[in-house]
Design a binder for this molecule. Structure first.
Ligand SMILES: C[S@@+](CC[C@H](N)C(=O)[O-])C[C@H]1O[C@@H](n2cnc3c(N)ncnc32)[C@H](O)[C@@H]1O
Length: 414
């Protein structure tokens, strides 16, 4: 493909396949804003609101600073850090890192070589657009509101827009407002256009065909479909793992590992097969728990690891690849549930045979790039995200704050 065609295709899809020199690896650059924009007709994601870490107040022109954990450490002048012996778990983690490193370096090198793509990225990630009027007051804290005694009484008023069916009034819509209990009720956005929700003076943009259940883990079984045929082909899980960084920043509450053994993943999977995608941290203890206990208890087979390598808008890595506790990448484990051997060979599920590297500029803390376009498996698929903070068309989003990134502060009008 010609360079122009590649960029045109990237502009349309938000996915750019890079050809590394190492044949066992696949590397792709994703533009989450472009991918998300495909979900909306009347709205667009504001890049500066999405890439808030690249446009923070400390950010200086020409220095796209994202995370510099090493800066935070106070160290006396001229004092070198003392090398510390790694404990046995850390040694296993280091060996895993050394194994992944050539793949990651190769993927990154192919991005650095794609000069036309980098120029394009830095031109399009600009931060001077205005967001919609988000309403008065600060953002709603759904996690807190959901635990209040008032939670059962909170209602969201949703304005659905549908085209006029009578006459030739093309381009005209009629709006219909309906109120729903906000917590513990499954809300579907049906219709041909996105809907707008209103709750406590804030507005939320709801993509058409999306569905959400704002509820605590204790009620996760409410998600189990009445009939197995309403199960899901793609299940993405991004658990609130216990982790020092999240605790310190108080971004969201976390849950002990044992709780995740009770997620009804098997009951959510479609009987004809599902692909499970699980985001994990780089802690070896967690990786061991996931591989030895969690995935077998969910019935997940043949898991493969993919990597999400985080880059700055100029294409450089957000941090040193070898920094032990702050790797500039995260891992996602992918595996099959109920997929028989024939289906694995016959469908594009077989892409799972090799590790892949996804690269993108990260958004807000812990916000993951959207994966549906990139992930193998049957299409169109029925998809669900567990512990979601945003909505997508044709997806069910569950968690204690699935409307978080739907606030109008992240959007502008098209
Ligand atoms: C790692 S974050 C998910 C990030 C999300 N995938 C994204 O890309 O923005 C984990 C989410 O789980 C939610 N969570 C924590 N405890 C929960 C609970 N008891 N029940 C439901 N959700 C919970 C957190 O509030 C947070 O939104």
């Amino acid at each position: 493909m010609e360079v122009c065609d590649e960029l045109r295709s990237f502009e349309a899809t938000g996915v750019y396949r890079l050809n590394g020199t190492c044949t066992s690896a696949g590397a792709t650059y994703l533009d989450p804003v472009r991918l998300l924009n495909a979900s909306y007709q009347r709205f667009r994601i504001v890049p500066s609101a999405y890439y808030s870490r690249s446009f923070g107040p400390q950010h200086q022109e020409g220095e796209p600073e994202i995370e510099r954990p090493e800066k935070r450490r106070k160290r006396k002048r001229n004092q070198k850090p003392k090398p510390r012996e790694l404990n046995p778990m850390e040694r296993i983690a280091e060996a895993r890192h050394q194994e992944a490193k050539p793949l990651l370096l190769n993927a990154h090198e192919s991005l650095v070589k794609a000069k036309h793509l980098l120029e394009y990225i830095s031109k399009t990630i600009k931060g001077n657009e205005h967001t919609l009027d988000a309403g008065s007051g600060s953002e709603n804290n759904f996690v807190e509101l959901g635990t209040s005694w008032r939670a059962p009484f909170y209602e969201i008023t949703i304005c659905f827009r549908n085209p006029h069916v009578l006459g030739n009034e093309e381009g005209f819509f009629h709006a219909q407002k309906t109120s729903f209990p906000l917590f513990n009720s499954l809300i579907s956005v049906e219709g041909t256009d996105e809907a707008e929700g209103e709750f406590r003076n804030r507005r939320y943009i709801l993509p058409r065909g999306s569905c959400f259940l704002m509820a605590d883990f204790k009620r996760v079984r409410d998600l189990i479909p009445c009939s197995p045929n309403q199960g899901y082909n793609l299940i993405v899980v991004d658990p609130p793992w216990e982790n020092g960084c999240v605790r310190q920043k108080e971004v969201y509450p976390t849950l002990p590992n044992k709780n995740f053994l009770y997620l009804p993943v098997q009951q959510l999977a479609h009987p004809t097969g599902a692909l499970l995608v699980l985001w994990i941290t780089n802690r070896e203890k967690l990786r061991a728990f996931v591989e030895k206990k969690l995935l077998p208890s969910w019935g997940v087979e043949d898991s493969t690891v993919f990597y999400w390598l985080k880059v700055k808008p100029d294409g450089s890595l957000i941090g040193d690849l070898d920094l032990f506790h702050h790797r500039p990448y995260e891992c996602l484990l992918l595996g099959y549930i109920n997929v028989n051997a024939n289906a694995k060979k016959g469908s594009n599920f077989k892409l799972l045979e090799r590790s892949q590297v996804i690269m993108s500029v990260p958004g807000a803390h812990s916000r993951k790039p959207p994966l549906e376009k990139y992930i193998p498996g049957p299409k169109p698929s029925r998809c669900i995200e567990l512990f979601a903070r945003e909505l997508f068309p044709r997806w069910t989003s569950w968690g204690n704050e699935p409307l978080h990134f739907q606030d109008t502060m992240y959007f502008s009008e098209k």
